[in-house]
Design a protein around this ligand. Structure first.
Ligand SMILES: CCCCCCCCCCCCC[C@H](O)CC(=O)SCCNC(=O)CCNC(=O)[C@H](O)C(C)(C)COP(=O)(O)OP(=O)(O)OC[C@H]1O[C@@H](n2cnc3c(N)ncnc32)[C@H](O)[C@@H]1OP(=O)(O)O
Ligand SMILES: NC(=O)c1ccc[n+]([C@@H]2O[C@H](COP(=O)([O-])OP(=O)(O)OC[C@H]3O[C@@H](n4cnc5c(N)ncnc54)[C@H](O)[C@@H]3O)[C@@H](O)[C@H]2O)c1
Length: 310
């Protein structure tokens, strides 16, 4: 369970670390993009949040407001008026747009958090590269794709890198900063400083599949699903086992639902295509079935478990 001290420490550290980056554009207003926008605004950055869907943007603003409220309740426990001011000021720093090209024009940093698909990311980054000012750093929050391959369509390869956040962004303290083959030292240093400024502990990763966390996490979740498919244990028992037996905050099937089964599928399909002989990345029929039925986990109301719709 997250303690007040951890939130307060995270909050104060984000307020005290300086970054040259002041204007951040976040593309994709879903699970991750809304969290990245929140922590950036909390740290005093001017944020432009972009999504193709106005409905997603409205939902993102609502959830960011609610999550800022949770932070304010802890940090300004005995000072509710200051808490309200904190929420209003942070929300006031976030503007929303549906046009990525317009949003790139005023950005020092663009963090992309759209669907996990190389072709879609390429199309977006080509546009961003043409529209953004010379100094702008472009970064992807990809879970599983190669940073070098994403960067292959841009001219500014020295000003491109990976910024891999974890879900839920306001709570998870890690940021993987990924150096591509042509990422300059200046870009890497700016990304590290920005990560610290938004309250994260940063680690340096090479552009290897899954970086550090997902290289370990993906095989673990896949094996859990296969265990369940074989009927070796119930979903509930697998999750209880890893929580009580290994001390994880969530079991693997709960975590798969939390991340989103569509995102899980994009990752697995991509790695299977790239490494067809690796048995760990073979398609999982049950996962394909759930996604085809629109059972995407928490965000759609059902995955391995059922959830109340938000
Ligand atoms: C089908 C599978 C096929 C396999 C294919 C491949 C699989 C691929 C899988 C990998 C996908 C990779 C995805 C990505 O690239 C990497 C990731 O992000 S991995 C996910 C990492 N995250 C985790 O592991 C989360 C683990 N869980 C937790 O830490 C906790 O459970 C929780 C989410 C923090 C919730 O904690 P609980 O105690 O259960 O619940 P509470 O509601 O009490 O919350 C605790 C605490 O946090 C505060 N809080 C929660 N959410 C937010 C928020 N959004 N904003 C602000 N604050 C939040 C809450 O208020 C509580 O505070 P407290 O009151 O305790 O101070
Ligand atoms: N879900 C996780 O736990 C998690 C964790 C870390 C990283 N990631 C990565 O973050 C990225 C986003 O994942 P998510 O879970 O937030 O997905 P999501 O489905 O919740 O959100 C993606 C959003 O992008 C929008 N979008 C799609 N194409 C767009 C475009 N061209 N321009 C603007 N908006 C567009 C969609 O409308 C959607 O709202 C993926 O690359 C994923 O691999 C996910």
């Amino acid at each position: 369970m997250m303690q007040f001290g951890v939130i307060a420490r995270k909050f104060s550290s984000s307020a005290s670390v300086q970054s040259a980056i002041k204007n951040v554009t976040v593309i994709g207003g879903g699970l991750m993009g809304s969290g990245i926008a929140q922590v950036s605004a909390q740290a005093g950055q001017n944020v432009t949040l972009v999504d193709v869907s106005p409905d997603v943007l409205a939902k993102a603003q609502k959830s960011i407001g609610a999550n800022l409220g949770r932070v304010a309740k802890k940090v300004y426990k005995d000072k509710p008026q200051e808490g309200e001011k904190f929420v209003a000021e942070a929300l006031g720093r976030i503007k929303t747009l549906t046009d990525p090209v317009a949003a790139a024009k005023s950005a020092d940093l663009v963090v992309e958090a759209i669907v996990e698909n190389m072709d879609v990311k390429h199309k977006l980054f080509k546009q961003l590269d043409e529209a953004a000012p010379e100094h702008t750093i472009l970064a992807s929050n990809t879970s599983s794709l190669s940073i070098n391959e994403i960067a292959s369509v841009v001219k500014r390869k020295d000003r491109f890198g990976g910024l891999h956040f974890f879900n839920p962004v306001p709570v998870m303290r890690l940021l993987e900063v990924v150096k591509g083959a042509e990422t300059s030292e200046a870009t890497y240093n700016a990304m590290m400083a920005w990560g610290k400024a938004v309250g994260k502990t940063c680690i340096t990763c090479k552009d290897t599949p899954g970086f550090v966390v997902n290289r370990l996490l993906v095989p673990y979740i896949c094996e859990a699903i296969r265990l369940y498919e074989r009927g070796d244990a119930s979903a509930r028992d697998i999750d209880i086992a890893m929580k009580l037996g290994a001390g994880y905050p969530m079991g693997p099937l709960e975590l798969a639902d939390y991340v989103g089964l569509d995102t899980n599928k994009f990752i697995l399909d991509g790695w299977h295509k790239k490494y067809p002989d690796q048995p760990l990345f073979k398609p999982i029929p049950l996962l394909n079935k759930l996604v085809a039925e629109g059972k995407l986990g928490v965000k759609s109301g059902e995955g391995f478990y059922k959830y109340e719709k938000k």
